[in-house]
Ligand binder design. Sequence first.
Ligand SMILES: [Zn+2]
Length: 199
Amino acid sequence: MKVLTLLLGGKCYWGSLMRKKPQIDRGLTQRVNLPGVAVLAGQKLDKTTLLKTIDSADRVFSCPVCGSMVYSNGYKHRKFLDVIRPDNLDSEERPVIYTFDYKFRVYQCCNSDCKLVFKTPIDFAGPNRHVTFRLEDDVFQLHVDEASYLYISKLTGLTEKTIGEIIRRRYNDYRTNHNSIPEWLEEAKNEFYRKHNAR
Ligand SMILES: [Zn+2]
């Protein structure tokens, strides 16, 4: 029992101090410009490669529930589809749509009465989603500008089903956050529900 306690104590102690430093591409990280996302070195950005990224958020040392020490209990991965818009809107440059793999930390609380498991919060996409907020913004904007689903799908690589989900969610968000929908949006909304015959 004593050995076990020592071992567990060791994991909590060393796990909270050790930190691996991966090689980061600063230029690409800046270009991607998503909170908490660092791009690993030695990669190129284009729509065919899966860009490897890692959580760059500040390391958490204490449990958000009980305040005890926590240790990093490994990582999780999730893939996201994202868009990078050109820096200069007047240039000939086009937005880049690409997929990145995000490796983020999972923590566990050392307090045996708590044992809370939690992960680095993801601020650039909704829970359990695989499309970043900024790409969702673009999808919605294209829809409001009367682009067809097929066109948005060809442009982004998203399925028409996912596009429909994003648009429906945006309208619902609008309803939740603002009691009324502005006229220009109301028209687009009616068109959307006419096409999809759902409410
Ligand atoms: Zn705790």
